[in-house]
Design a binder for this molecule. Structure first.
Ligand code: SF4
Length: 468
């Protein structure tokens, strides 16, 4: 079945769900409520917007509090074990609610569902879960939802892979002025610690014309900033019938009238091309921020992680980027405690932190993911040593960010106002091109607008300013 035919089929299922929901609303004399709970990365956040879009279109009232919902969906992550444990924790709490309210429906989806051991556990211990689906068939959500609403048995539908990309179903965007766009799915890199290639499948890129069409539609609806999403955007387009590089795609997106800002995530250092650096340097719309996961600064560990770059190659890449794009913010991900990692390896990581002067870094303790090569290694690290190394890395990250983050003070920068400040409603919070947040006096009328801000003070990872 073609992607268009599949899309039409799913739209028909949304109509069928609508009829069921209307009947229930009439019976209960109120609207059915639904909560979508999201774990994990921006790809999952985007998937949740798609789930919410379908549910709203089908007549559900969307709420945040899962305890008040008639239908709860957990969109799960499995990158670290504690993400899995959190989901089981939520399910444990729901168990008693299911006994009191037989009408409560529960669905699970996302990366964690692609693991066979998880499905076994759900079948055995969580029989009250009504629907389970995975990452490859999320586009079938309307159909699965209809089956769930018209059946009493547990529905489990997990696919091993897919070549289908169905993207035109309703989407409920969290922000009216910015949006994520999937440009590709899956990953071919098989970093030895990472479960993503197993749960998200091999790389599949969307056709450029479909991406452009989606962005143009969003811009017509008022979006001015897009975030292009993929596990490894730098290898975008390699598997298309007419291959196109990520740099070429960016040039096409830049031409879209009305679009003001372009962001992307995530870049693998081994695939980041000179062409991309050049396009970024010349662009008026691509934001001055690059997230470049380091993971480790030790050549031995990098090799064992299957990252396919060395410390020196990484450092010279950053140097090239900083030279070509003045003021660019560089952020990263670091893993501490990879099997066999020593204090000397961590010294190498800290050396990179000191040399790059990251604007920010997300530091994680290695989490053993069953099925990956690293999990099978006998030399898993001692917990206390990992904790000590983790603290050393974190301190270096904080110190460098403090030094680095003063550089915008005294300058006038453009900020996209995202929301009213959470602590003081006379302030608003905006995002700078380099991805830092700035807080300044303002009101709700500014939300979604690009404004000029005088940067007054650096406060670690954020700034205080005044609008001019
Ligand atoms: S590039 Fe490596 S870390 Fe990133 S998703 Fe692919 S396998 Fe995982």
């Amino acid at each position: 079945m073609s992607n268009i035919e599949e899309q039409t089929r799913q739209m028909q299922y949304i109509d069928l769900v609508k009829e069921v929901v209307e009947r229930e609303n009439e019976r209960l004399k109120r609207r059915l409520k639904c909560a979508v709970v999201t774990f994990g990365c921006q790809m999952n956040a985007r998937d949740s917007e798609k789930l919410t879009g379908v549910l709203r279109e089908a007549g559900y009232e969307i709420i945040d509090e899962e305890t008040e919902a008639d239908f709860v969906i957990y969109n799960t992550c499995t990158v670290r074990d504690n993400a899995n444990q959190k989901v089981y924790g939520h399910l444990g709490l729901l168990k008693s609610r299911v006994k009191k309210n037989p009408n409560l429906r529960i669905a699970l989806c996302g990366c964690m569902m692609q693991e066979a051991s998880v499905i076994e556990t759900i079948r055995e211990k969580y029989k009250f879960v009504n629907l389970v689906f995975g990452t490859h068939n999320i586009f079938k959500f309307p159909e699965l939802l209809y089956r769930m609403l018209t059946s009493d048995s547990q529905i489990i539908d997990i696919w091993e892979d897919t070549d289908q990309i169905v993207e035109d179903l309703p989407v409920d965007r969290k922000y009216s002025f910015k949006s994520g766009i999937n440009i590709m799915f899956g990953c071919n890199n098989f970093c030895s610690y990472c479960i993503v290639p197993y749960v998200r499948g091999r790389e599949r890129s969307r056709e450029p014309k479909e991406i452009i069409r989606e962005i143009e539609k969003l811009v017509n609806e008022g979006v001015i900033e897009v975030m292009l999403l993929g596990q490894n955007v730098n290898s975008y387009g390699k598997n298309l019938d007419n291959p196109m590089s990520f740099a070429e795609l960016l040039k096409e997106i830049e031409k879209i009238d009305g679009l003001k800002r372009i962001r992307f995530m995530t870049s693998h250092p081994k695939d980041l091309s000179d062409d991309l650096i050049e396009v970024m340097a010349k662009s008026e719309k691509i934001c001055k921020h690059i997230h470049l996961p380091l993971q480790s600064g030790s050549d031995r560990v990098l090799k064992e992680m299957n990252r396919r770059y060395t410390k020196e190659q990484y450092l010279s890449l950053v140097e090239k980027i900083k030279k070509a794009i003045p003021d660019v913010a560089v952020t990263t991900d670091i893993i501490v405690g990879f099997p066999g990692e020593t204090a000397a390896d961590v010294d190498d990581t800290i050396d990179v932190i000191r040399k790059v002067h990251y604007d920010n870094a997300f530091t994680f303790i290695y989490s053993k993911r069953t099925g990956t090569p690293a999990a099978a290694r006998p030399d898993q690290c001692d917990e206390a040593e990992v904790k000590a190394n983790f603290d050393r890395v974190l301190n270096a990250v904080k110190e460098e960010a403090m030094i680095r983050n003063g550089y915008l003070v005294g300058r006038v920068e453009e900020a996209l106002v995202e929301e009213i400040n959470a602590h003081d409603d006379t302030f608003v919070t905006g995002r700078l091109s380099n991805n830092s947040m700035v807080h300044f006096k303002g009101d709700a009328s500014l939300i979604g607008k690009l404004v000029k801000v005088n940067i007054l003070e650096a406060k670690g990872f954020y700034y205080m300013g005044e609008m001019i």
